[in-house]
Write a protein that binds this ligand. Sequence first.
Ligand code: PL4
Length: 394
Amino acid sequence: MRRNDNFARLNKNYLFTEIEKRVAAFKAKEPSAKLISLSVGDTSQSIPPSIAKGLVQKITDLQVNETYSGYGPSQGDRALREKIAEAFYENKISADEIFISDGAKCDIGRLQLLFGEKSKIVLQNPTYPVYLDSSLLMGQTEISALPALPDNGFFPEFGKVKEVDLIYFCSPNNPTGVAATKEQLKELVSFAKSRCAVIIFDSAYAGFIRDPSLPRSIYEIEGAEECAIEVSSFSKLIGFTGVRLGWSVVPKALKYENGLSVHDDWQRVMATFFNGASNIAQAGGVAALTPEGVEEMRGLTDYYLENVRLLRGALQPMGYPIYGGEAAPYLWVDFGEERFQEFLERYHILTTPGSGFGSAGKGFLRFSGFGSREDILEATRRLKREVSYQNSDR
Ligand code: PL4
């Protein structure tokens, strides 16, 4: 049996698997070290009460024949789609254009099926690795990774690209933690339209935006429904990284060059490769979008934003440029050289090396604010102790 040649194009290990290996090697050397993870963006706080109640109620319903349900619609529960349309898109997007899924990452992979191996891809560099890896696995060969650096406000010079079919764009961004402005997204939409390209807009962290002038969805930009697909997620908003629930938006106005509907094909992909998100998870999603759930979601995202604020306070005295953290739970720190191993061995703090997100991430470390407050405070103590020690040494 012949292996899919495209596997040879991937890095041997997925970024977070590689980090796990490095940690295992360190633990074998220093088994008693109390490691604090500021690495993978995984939530630490429990599911808020009214949302958990929604999950429990569904489990109770599943125990009784009269309220039991099996397979649901592959596009997802209509009540949840209606609530998403209202809560996240002010009904500018209709429930028919929303597809419930088992998470944004899974949708990112499946979306590749719409465009095929001949599509020309544009990514930000650094970038969430799944956009690149899923493109490589699909067999796409023309992939441009445009630098998104402090110098250009983390917004690439798209105009330099002549031909493109698909543009991946994530805002608020992983890994930089920076959110694009309305002007930048207008530029992005206008670029996509000028090249007849499609944007895959990842808004998994939009729930962390507090500045009302920053767009939370690509559809806040006029005309985006003709050139953009959005993927999003409940993972970080309500502690659902393990429960698994996300959604995609494929507007009916989005057409291929031959005039056929992208929406219809996405419906076909979801019907063929996906059997609907877990009905328990979807009940949790509905509970999250009640007034009580929305308030809890806000409380949870505030908690992680406060973690990031505390981390920033501890990192600032080190004197390196720090980006992000205001509209996303990540800090992106420019140390100018690889410091992953040093943070691990010296502070017993686990970070994510910027180079894992692309060549333009070299010299940066990403710090995640998704830990417990206790861990975050312990990390800040370790960092501050080190800085005051260094200062007293001078
Ligand atoms: C570790 C920009 C985290 N094993 O949970 P999902 O599938 O709805 O969303 C995943 C996702 C989608 N889009 C963006 C993301 O940053 C994430 C999650 N990224 C991180 O630390 O970068 C978790 C990564 C997980 C993974 O590989 O995705």
